[in-house]
Design a protein around this ligand. Sequence first.
Ligand SMILES: Cc1cc2nc3c(=O)[nH]c(=O)nc-3n(C[C@H](O)[C@H](O)[C@H](O)COP(=O)(O)OP(=O)(O)OC[C@H]3O[C@@H](n4cnc5c(N)ncnc54)[C@H](O)[C@@H]3O)c2cc1C
Length: 414
Amino acid sequence: MLDIMPDDQSQDDLHAGSSPWGRGRHGPQTRPLTESTKADVLVVGGGITGSMVAQHLAARGLDVVIADRERPGLGSTAASTAMLLGEIDRSLEELTAVYGFERAAAIYRRSLAAMQGLGALVAGLGIDCIFRNRPTLYITAEDMSGSALVEEHRLRQRADLPGVHLGHADLLSGFGIDRAAAIYSPGAAEADPLLMSWGLLTDAISRGARLLDANIKTYDHGPSSVVAVTDDGRVVEARHVVLATGYVMPDFVKNGLHETVSSYAIATVPQADRALWPEHALIWEASEDYLYCRTTADGRIVIGGGDDATTDADQRAAKLAGKTWFLEESLRRLWPKAEPRAACSWSGAFGTTCDGLPLIGPVPSMPRILAAYGYGGNGITFSFMASRMLAAYIAGQQQSWFETFALDRDPPGL
Ligand SMILES: Cc1cc2nc3c(=O)[nH]c(=O)nc-3n(C[C@H](O)[C@H](O)[C@H](O)COP(=O)(O)OP(=O)(O)OC[C@H]3O[C@@H](n4cnc5c(N)ncnc54)[C@H](O)[C@@H]3O)c2cc1C
């Protein structure tokens, strides 16, 4: 596998172009770290993952410091297409081949529950992030036959997951999509990921969390605390550290489970309402390098895909014009009613794991340093899951199923 990105990569190395998120607003202000400090928990990284972890821990009454060396939210979070799915990059059929049916089904149910928890959190806090509940359409790729999704649907039914199988005729008459088959499922959502992240950070700060401008360079793991040292020699000493640094990570966390690739996305010009598909479903394809698309509150279509193995930021940026054309053409074929012209386009580093699952839990042999790496196309759902699991770890309440996401897991079927 290709390596994950080195720790010295900046936010500019993570994405190029511009995404439509943030609505011209500014996120919460960071404060400089002027002197060494202590906290219950240091969260390193103020993107969607760090925000979710910090908000939850602060709500549980812990003294939280969030350190970000650049502008919180403007890493991978700003490049996300923010389709908030309970479904995982690996189909239930694929996950069953790796972990067996019972375990794979439990993972799917937990992911769906995390998605529901995320919706409840945003609603409960009243975060203004244009969060909309949406169904999903998991469609066959252009070269696939309808039988391809029959087994997947059967397994989902057996796992008690919601969803209906649509053949070609039903998919065409119900949604106007000319593909061989689809699985239609309720329980997903879309949002503006940057506004969500900033809203969570703002809530954490209102509960006493401190958002600091600090570049954490080293971690000294001791028996009762971790001493984290910044590039200018200041210290944050905390009982626990949560690493939420996205697609860059310290060397001591890296292993062979994960890699970074590149993904590309466009947001079209606004469409007339009649040019959008019914229910504004989140659409994604049942294929390895899938296309994915959603709509936005102002009537745009966001379509992403064209993933490739590029890891170099300059090469990724150089490919953007060609990928924009590819995505416009893909949209034209999938949904001919739309005006596919891109109003903005962007590219991003994209972290994946070999089993499609996130990396959540203690760093091996460093129990006070916890990882929150929600990789994959439903990374934001996994960020929510990480926030709840890591709070349980910190409280000494971990459960046996947490092992599924351990950093040193060894997927049996791979
Ligand atoms: C093109 C694209 C499309 C995607 N689509 C979806 C989707 O539809 N649905 C979905 O759920 N997910 C999607 N994802 C994945 C999702 O966006 C990511 O899982 C998520 O944004 C990761 O957020 P994060 O907070 O972990 O990382 P980031 O947002 O990158 O935040 C990490 C932060 O850590 C800081 N940092 C790093 N190192 C240090 C250090 N040493 N000291 C201090 N600060 C540090 C950085 O400055 C950064 O702000 C997509 C990703 C991409 C690129």
